[in-house]
Structure formats: structure tokens, C-alpha cells
Design a protein around this ligand. Structure first.
Ligand SMILES: [Ca+2]
Ligand SMILES: [Ca+2]
Length: 303
């Protein structure tokens, strides 16, 4: 009797999460609202559009492009204690909540990396505060912290990125991730909220990922990506932003800049490109102060 019952319970559970899809803030459970508020500060950039709330990030998923529009995650030093990306944390997984979900095979042979939007390195930490961490070497395992890391590898958190010129070690995406992980959070113990976003400039004509068998997947290849770093100064309680806009180049010789900070733009520029409004709950004056310029000098002095 036990097995069929388990199967039925699993089936009902799968059915529930399958149909749940993205949710508006008002539809979230108390626990989800708590997570949402951890990751998204001072207002969702697209108002009340439904989102997916994960332990390590909040995501607005675009079902037409089959990639996220944006992902927002909170990062602090403890969260860098992510498990090694091997064994159960090493593989990408189909997102159980997304309709028509992307499978990992849809990138196979395409020439694109499976590029994380919420990075795996930020998905560690003892998030349920029980003194146990997710650790592949440690048989004790912590199911809650395990699932935070596993959710990072959902294919819904992935976008197609060029492996050499963009996501690779010389690429600007990789350089910024390294700056965040190593310098800002690692060496300087900074706590940040970060948006990562994908821009598909022409929604009527866009490149799609094709598998090695030249099968079209419908997954849009973004032509630009952005990241917006939000730091709250604990002393002054004021926010400072750092926005980066990257062309999705496929050839290193097409990279416009050598220096990562040369990619900085005012948040205003990204708002114009995307139609989003970041930090919308701050006063207009407070937004103008930090969004109309790059604030490069603030980020430049951190090393
Ligand atoms: Ca824990
Ligand atoms: Ca704004």
C-alpha cells in the first residue's frame, strides 16, 4: 500500500507546483514574502508582475523568450559558502514550476554556455540558521541549504551566453562576477542586492538557440545583459548603485573595453532600455541622486 500512496502524494505535489507558476506578491505565503523582501529592496522594478520566489533569488521569467527578464538576489559573506559544484550540485535541472520548461539538452551543441543569472557562488550560507551548511563532502547535509543551491541550477535561471568572449575568464560577465565574489563580498565583507537582467532588443526578430541537431528551441539569445549592484551604507542609510551594461559579444575583438568599470552606466540608461523602474519606492529625488550617474568613483576605490 505504501508505494502507491507515496506516488499519489508525489503526483498531487507535482500538480500543485506545476500549476502554481509565477505569483504576485499578494499571492505569496508568509514565508515567500519574507524571502521576497530579503532579495528585492525598495520596490519591484515592474510593479506587481508575477514572479518566482526561490530561497536564493527572485525571478521574473519570460515565457516567450524562455529566459528570465531579470533575477534579483541578496548576497552577504556567509552566502559565499556554497557547496562544490559537483555530484548533486553539478547538474542543471528542469524547473518544476515553469510551463514549457527549458531542459539542459536544449543547449547541448548550441555553442552557448548555460550562464547563471543568480550565480551559484552566491547560493551558500546557513540560511535556516541551524548551524549546518550544504556540503557535498559532509554526509550530514542540510536539506534547506541543499535546496537553495539546487534551485540555482534550475534551467529557468539560465541564459545563453558566449563561452569565450562573454562568460569566459576574459569576458566582462565573468569579470564582474569575480569582482562581486572576490573583492566586494569576499575581501570587503559587503552586503549587496543585485539585479541581473537580459535584454532582447527586438522582440519580433531575435536569434534563438539551436541545439547541435540544429533544432530550434525558441530560447532567445539576449543581445545585451546588465547587472545593477545596490549597496546600502549602514552608517548613512543611503543607497548607492553600480550599473553595468554589456553587449553580448561573440568575439573577443568586439569587446569595447578592457577595464570592467568602463562598462558602467547610470541606472537611468538601463531603465530607458528596459522600461523597468528600479528602487521605485525611494523618493524621486533619492532615485535621481543615485540613478542619474554611474557612481564609478565609489566602486573604483574598493579593491
Ligand atoms: Ca542550515
Ligand atoms: Ca528608479
Amino acid at each position: 500500500m505504501k508505494k502507491p500512496l507515496l506516488f499519489i502524494v508525489a503526483w498531487i505535489w507535482a500538480a500543485i507546483i506545476q500549476v502554481s507558476g509565477q505569483q504576485k506578491f499578494s499571492e505569496l505565503s508568509a514565508a515567500q514574502k519574507k524571502l521576497y523582501k530579503e532579495h528585492i529592496v525598495e520596490g519591484q522594478p515592474d510593479g506587481e508582475k508575477p514572479v518566482y520566489v526561490r530561497q536564493g533569488y527572485v525571478m521574473r521569467y519570460n515565457e516567450v523568450f524562455r529566459i528570465p527578464d531579470w533575477v534579483c538576489y541578496h548576497i552577504k559573506p556567509d552566502y559565499l559558502n556554497a557547496p562544490e559544484r559537483e555530484r548533486r550540485f553539478g547538474s542543471f535541472k528542469t524547473d518544476p514550476q515553469v510551463p514549457d520548461p527549458v531542459t539542459k539538452d536544449e543547449y547541448t551543441g548550441s555553442g552557448f554556455d548555460r550562464g547563471h543569472m543568480a550565480p551559484f557562488f552566491a547560493m551558500g550560507g546557513d540560511r535556516d540558521k541551524n548551524n549546518f551548511y550544504s556540503d557535498a563532502e559532509d554526509r550530514r547535509r542540510d536539506p534547506y541549504d541543499d535546496s537553495t543551491a539546487i534551485q540555482a541550477n534550475f534551467m529557468s535561471n539560465i541564459t545563453p551566453q558566449d563561452p569565450g568572449a562573454f562568460n569566459g575568464s576574459a569576458g566582462p560577465w565573468n569579470k564582474l562576477e569575480t569582482f562581486i565574489r572576490k573583492v566586494l563580498v569576499g575581501d570587503n565583507n559587503m552586503e549587496l542586492n543585485i539585479y541581473t537582467g537580459a535584454i532582447v532588443s527586438d522582440p519580433d526578430h531575435f536569434e534563438v538557440v539551436k541545439t547541435g541537431k540544429r533544432k530550434k528551441t525558441g530560447i532567445a539569445v539576449p543581445d545585451q545583459f546588465y547587472q545593477i549592484l545596490i549597496f546600502k551604507d549602514k552608517a548613512t542609510k543611503e543607497y548607492i548603485t553600480g550599473a553595468f551594461l554589456f553587449p553580448h559579444v561573440r568575439d573577443r575583438s568586439d569587446l569595447p573595453f578592457e577595464d570592467l568599470l568602463d562598462y558602467m552606466v547610470p541606472v537611468d540608461d538601463i531603465e530607458k532600455l528596459t522600461g523597468l523602474n528600479f528602487l521605485s519606492e525611494l523618493s524621486d529625488n533619492a532615485q535621481k541622486k543615485i540613478e542619474s550617474k554611474t557612481n564609478r568613483e565609489f566602486w573604483e576605490k574598493i579593491n
